[in-house]
Design a protein around this ligand. Structure first.
Ligand SMILES: Cc1cc2nc3c(=O)[nH]c(=O)nc-3n(C[C@H](O)[C@H](O)[C@H](O)COP(=O)(O)O)c2cc1C
Length: 344
């Protein structure tokens, strides 16, 4: 995959699935591609894990062909180890390498990885150059707006990335210090985009398809990245396409039962392609509980889910629940705290 081709794909479908540890695994990425995400990225993978040939790390790098274009996200403080890890990603046939420069987690930051690398754009440029030299596939980065309110420097980081040969910058509109509190600063993202020599993907708090299209248009970004939004509404990507094609598109008033009858068994199938029963069970429980957000009796449903054993039983429980609430339209729960921690 060339950089030009990757950007062309982004322009054709600007709705990108955000990397999320424990969530955007191989089955979920396939599921979201089928549901309209244009580009998908793995959860973060440790460059040290690759260096030590850890089986669990290689497992995280697995992807299926139907996910292309697929980026594998790496993190680590040492540019030489990162360069070797990036080369391993290329050998495994991924379409691009993404670097995590947004992780706020103390364990990662203390070692100088994740968002810690944002503090010195001069050093960052050399770090990225070293990684870029090791691969022919595109290199992309995902950052935060800065380290804290005193150091909001995404524009400097974008310039450093440009000089190092990076293909795009995805910006989560919060500083490292903010964690997941407050709101993503889309005005700042738009300002950075206006001056950027590189394509910019905006990210943060896109909970609905209307918001996805509005953010894309008003920020001027080349794409938007959606994370938590697709965990409540897995059709957010498809809906956003419809709205982008026609401002006044009337989104199909599909009741949850109809949509879930079609897609939950498919998700279960994608899980069983690779995961064992235990893992399938865990994921089906987790995702069904998130998908129930904003529907009535969801608390009762979640309690029941966590008492149900066996992936097929969980699937049936979920299908029964969505049938039961099929007369309802999902309520807006975007103001409620939801997954307020993660690696980017
Ligand atoms: C549970 C969870 C795990 C995450 N893991 C990663 C990760 O591995 N790499 C990364 O760059 N960002 C990670 N993030 C951050 C998201 O990619 C995204 O930047 C953030 O959630 C804001 O976007 P959203 O409001 O659309 O969710 C994670 C977020 C969450 C909630």
């Amino acid at each position: 995959m060339t950089s030009e081709k990757l950007i062309q794909i982004l322009k054709a479908n600007p709705f990108v699935l955000a990397p999320m540890a424990g969530i955007t695994d191989s089955p979920f990425r396939s599921f979201m591609r089928e549901q309209g995400a244009g580009i998908v990225i793995s959860e973060l993978v440790s460059s040290h894990g690759i260096e030590y040939s850890s089986g669990r790390t290689f497992d995280l790098m697995h992807f299926d062909e139907d996910q292309r274009p697929i980026g594998i996200q790496l993190f680590g403080e040492d540019s030489e180890i990162m360069a070797r890890a990036a080369s391993c990603v290329e050998e495994r046939g991924a379409d691009f390498v993404d670097i995590n420069l947004g992780c706020p987690v103390p364990k990662v930051v203390k070692k100088g990885a994740g968002s810690a690398l944002l503090r010195d754009p001069g050093f960052l440029r050399k770090y990225l150059e070293t990684i870029k030299r090791a691969i022919r596939i595109p290199l992309t980065i995902k950052i935060r707006t800065g380290w804290d309110a005193q150091c909001i420097n995404a524009d400097d980081v974008v310039r450093a990335a440009h000089d190092a040969g990076v293909s795009w910058v995805a910006i989560h509109g919060r500083t490292r210090a903010q964690g997941y509190s407050g709101l993503a600063d889309w005005d700042y993202i738009a300002q950075v985009k206006a001056k950027s020599p590189l394509p910019i993907i905006g990210n943060g708090d896109i909970h609905t398809s209307h918001k996805a299209v509005e953010r894309l248009k008003t920020s001027g970004c080349d794409g938007v990245m959606i994370g938590r939004g697709c965990l409540k509404n897995p059709w957010i990507f498809k809906e956003a396409h419809l709205l982008l094609a026609n401002d006044h598109a009337i989104l199909e008033d599909v009741r949850p039962a109809a949509r879930f009858q079609a897609s939950l068994p498919r998700f279960r199938e994608l899980l069983s392609r690779r995961a064992d029963e235990r893992y399938s069970q865990l994921q089906l429980r987790k995702f069904s509980a998130w998908f129930a957000s904003g529907y009535p009796y969801s608390r009762e449903f979640k309690t029941k889910l966590f008492k149900t054993e066996g992936a097929d039983n969980i699937l049936n429980e979920a299908l029964g629940y969505f049938e039961r609430v099929s007369a309802y339209v999902q309520a807006d729960t975007s103001q409620e705290a939801f997954l307020m921690g993660g690696h980017g």
